[in-house]
Design a protein around this ligand. Structure first.
Ligand code: CA
Length: 226
């Protein structure tokens, strides 16, 4: 039985970083540290603006800004390895804390017969392997960097979740915190709900044509309960 109002919605595709886990501050610190270590200027705001892109494309863009050419593959690998190591150091190898209120949102949807999926650009197995432990029995499916050819902002990750879910597009919704994630959800033709858990202004999410922008998970829960 689906008693979730917005009664059409049968599956919700959740982004991971900044939606399930408060991991973005650690990503921002580790990106800044590893880029600077290899001579590339980089700020926390750039981490949030680029959120959702693959690591390689973030590095390539930063390199291109300075040098005007593509980054060498060895450098991409070195920076990404340093970034991942720093991230694990900062988090102590543990999952970052949950975004406040996310557990209640997932629980509400799950109890009301709405499928919850994770759609993330992350390829960090350390995070992915712990998802099911943290939210036992909640997720119907998980789409990661390993499942797609093109990461966000390409619509492919959300299209893949939609296809696998077997529902109609109007029965699915995306929950995102990042501008490029919103772009991916909209390009997939799905209702895209943004929750601004980061440091960018709401305008950055509206600019990508988010259908709603909420200040926190409690407001998102109220939307589903309407
Ligand atoms: Ca995110």
């Amino acid at each position: 039985m689906n008693t979730c109002d917005n009664k059409k919605i049968k599956a919700v595709f959740f982004d991971q970083d900044g939606v399930l886990f408060n991991s973005m501050p650690y990503h921002a610190q580790s990106w800044e540290w590893s880029m600077n270590k290899h001579g590339l200027p980089f700020t926390a705001e750039q981490t949030y603006r680029n959120e959702g892109r693959t690591g390689a494309s973030v590095i390539n863009e930063a390199y291109h800004l300075i040098h005007g050419v593509e980054a060498p593959q060895e450098l991409i690998e070195a920076i990404y390895a340093d970034k991942s190591a720093r991230f694990n150091e900062l988090t102590g190898g543990q999952l970052p804390e949950l975004i406040p209120g996310i557990r209640e949102v997932l629980q509400y949807l799950h109890e009301n017969g709405v499928q919850c999926w994770v759609v993330t650009g992350s390829g960090q197995r350390s995070l992915l392997s712990k998802l099911h432990d943290t939210f036992p029995g909640i997720f119907s499916g998980i789409i990661t960097a390993f499942d797609v050819t093109h990461g966000k902002p390409d619509p492919e990750p959300y299209l893949k979740a939609w296809e696998r879910s077997g529902f109609a597009k109007e029965e699915c919704a995306v929950v995102e915190n990042a501008p490029l994630g919103v772009r991916a959800g909209k390009a997939a033709g799905l209702l895209t709900l943004a929750v601004n858990t980061g440091i960018l202004p709401d305008e950055a999410l509206w600019a990508e044509k988010a259908d709603r922008v909420f200040p926190n998970m409690t407001e998102l829960l109220h939307f589903f309960q309407q």
